[in-house]
Structures are given as C-alpha cells and as structure tokens.
Design a protein around this ligand. Structure first.
Ligand SMILES: Cc1ncc(COP(=O)(O)O)c(C=O)c1O
Length: 369
C-alpha cells in the first residue's frame, strides 16, 4: 500500500468560487451572476483576444521557456532588467516555486491571518510550518509580523492590496518594515490587485524597489481579464530569479498565455475602462451596503469584504444568494469566519447583486431577531 505523508493527508483542497456551469447544472435559474473570484466582469482585453486568434495555429510547437517577448515587454513597462523577471502559470504557480526554491524542512513561513488562501495551501502542500499573525483593523499588521520573526522564519508573505479584506498598507509603513526585516528572510509581496490601487500616491509599487530579499508577484488574472489562461510574473534580484528558473516547469506559461499577456499589458484603454467600471461598481456596492446596514471594509481593490453577524449567518447568506443566482465567496477558509466577499461587476450585475443581497439579508436578519 502506498504511504501518504501526513502533511498531504491533512491538507484541505483549495476550494475556488463556485463555477457558473456547476450552478446551472444544480439549479434551474433564469440568471446567474458570479462575483466570487475577483475576475474582470468586462471580459478579456480585446487586443489579447486578437493575438490569441492569431497564434492558435502555432499550438503544435512548444513554448519559449524564457517567455522572451513577455519578459521584454515587462522590462520595458516597469524599467526592470530582463534577468530580474520570470513568468509562470499565474501567481499561484510562482508562489509554489518560491516556496520550493527557498525553504527547507525546518523553515517557517510567516504571514497574516485573513490573507490569500493560496499561500496557506502552497506552504502546507510543501509540509512547511505556517505562522499567522492576527489582522489589525482587517489589514496586515506589519509591526505584529515583524515582532513574530524567529530564527526559523525563512519567508514572509504580504499581499497589497490584501485579499479578502481589500486593505492596503502605505509606502512609509512598508519601507519602515523592509528596513527592519533581516535580509536573509525573503519577503514575498503579492500585488495581484495593483492596477486598482496604483493611482494612490501612497501605494508602495513593489516593482519600483530593489530590495535584495524581496520578490514581487503580479498576475494577469484580475484587471487584465486573463484568469482562464493562467499567467503571471515575478520580479526580484537576479540570483532569486535564476533559482526560480531552476525549479520552474520548463514549458510554463503556455504559448497563448505568453502572447495574450504581451498584448494585455499595454492595453491602456481596456485597463482604463476596467478601473473606471470598478470604481462605479464599488461605489454602488458601498452605498447599497450602508443602506441595508451591512458592515463592510473599505477597499483598495476590486472587491469588498462584508462582515455578517456570525459564521453561520454568513454561510446561510451565501447559500441563499446562490439559490437566487448570485455567487459570492464565504471567506471562512481564509480565516475570516463571518466574512463574505463580493467583487465589482458590470453595473447591471451590481444592481442585480444588491437586489438579491438586500432581500436575503433582510429575510435572514428577520430570522435573527
Ligand atoms: C492576492 C492574490 N494573489 C494571487 C492570486 C492568484 O492569482 P493567479 O490567478 O495568477 O494564480 C489571487 C487570486 O485570487 C489573489 O487574490
């Protein structure tokens, strides 16, 4: 009989937001709106679609393992040397590579409670110990994280803006933190939601720093609208990037993903449209939640974390919203038991969501009294 290591036996598989097709199969609904995975509601960048169509006939060939054209495009856009950039199959993949390459058995990875579940999964999958510091006002407590460093800490994970809370730490706080963290500890700065936050002059744009112990990850899954293609990149010191190439699967990311990402990276019209819609949708949601009386956390990203009266209420609330065709994300598995996250949608989707949420919340609150 094959022996399954205990750290694998104890893993909880990653549970993504419910796919639309699954809900269609389960329930007989006229309309389904998914606002559960922080995707771009407009669709993929149109220039990316054109490029994908153009390159489909090249699918019989293996991809370029070094993503040459995409690395060059990222290098030009962010003024970063190409040997400081690596592309992968989305941030999730890059996080797994970083943990593989830079931690050993006895090492600990330090982060916050209530942050991106993907890092929890990646650390545990590798059998490493995860150490979590409580959130402070729903944001990363950088002082708390610094104070929790021990001789076993090999890595610190930060997400800015954070998922699922949408909070952002500012430049001065971040720089003070980096100045204190010993430089043998690698800091991962996950910037999946940068496009929504970078207009803020206080936003510490990670790719603009050159810390010798920091690696920044970015994804094309959110604002660029390419979640289904699986593509992201990391920026860090050349020695770090060189090590990541050694652990990366050679033909990742795929051919279409590489070409589409080059196109999407510079599709400024699409990004402007995306951020403008996000702003309007979030404003509608904030106003709606205030009117309904739902507690919410101010967001710097493309989603809002709402806080329900308790975990059971949050679970029933999400289930009831599903019954009305609205897919939301209960973020108990992220470490926020009463939290429900909703991302921005088209204005029509947002209004639909608010109607469902109002009905369900009021019905359940009535039951609560
Ligand atoms: C903070 C954060 N990092 C990374 C990811 C995953 O990105 P990717 O689709 O590139 O794997 C997400 C997706 O929800 C996220 O919220």
């Amino acid at each position: 009989m094959i022996r399954i290591p205990s750290f694998v036996k104890n893993l909880k598989p990653y549970k993504a937001g419910k796919p639309i097709d699954e809900l269609v199969r389960e329930k007989n609904l006229d309309r389904i709106v998914k606002l559960a995975s922080n995707e771009n509601p407009i669709g993929p960048s149109p220039t990316a679609i054109k490029v994908i169509q153009k390159h489909v006939l090249g699918l019989n060939r293996y991809t370029d393992p070094a993503s040459h054209d995409l690395v060059q495009a990222i290098s030009r856009k962010y003024s970063v040397q190409p040997n400081h950039i690596i592309c992968g199959h989305g941030t999730d993949s890059l996080l797994a590579y970083i943990i593989n390459a830079f931690t050993t058995e006895s090492d600990e990875v330090l982060t916050s409670e209530g942050t991106f579940i993907g890092i929890y999964v990646s650390v545990r999958k590798k059998g490493r110990k995860l150490v979590q510091v409580p959130l402070k006002n729903y944001g990363f407590d950088l002082d708390g994280i610094y104070n929790a460093i021990t001789e076993k800490t090999a890595m610190i994970y930060l997400a800015n803006p954070n998922n699922p809370t949408g909070t952002m730490f500012e430049r001065t706080e971040f720089e003070a933190f980096m100045a204190k963290v010993p430089n043998h500890i690698m800091v991962i700065l996950d910037e999946a939601y940068t496009v929504y936050a970078e207009h803020n002059p206080e936003y510490p744009n990670g790719v603009g720093y050159e810390y010798e112990n920091m690696v920044v990850t970015r994804t094309f899954s959110k604002a660029y609208g390419l979640a289904g293609l699986r593509i992201g990149f990391a920026v860090g010191p050349d020695a770090v990037i060189e090590s990541l190439y050694k652990v990366k699967l050679p033909f990742e990311p795929g051919l279409l993903a590489q070409h589409a990402a080059v196109a999407a990276l510079n599709d400024d019209d699409f990004l402007d449209q995306t951020t403008a819609l996000n702003k309007k949708s979030l404003e509608l949601l904030e106003k709606g939640f205030t009117e309904i009386g739902i507690q919410q956390v101010p967001s710097a990203a493309n989603f809002i974390l709402t806080i329900m009266p308790n975990e059971q209420f949050a679970a029933t609330f999400c289930e009831e919203c599903l019954n009305h065709g609205l897919i939301l994300r209960h973020v108990n598995t992220f470490g926020i038991p009463a939290g429900v996250r909703i991302n921005s949608g088209t204005l029509d989707e947002t209004n639909f969501a608010l109607t469902v949420i109002k009905n369900v919340y009021q019905k359940l609150s009535g039951n609560l009294n």
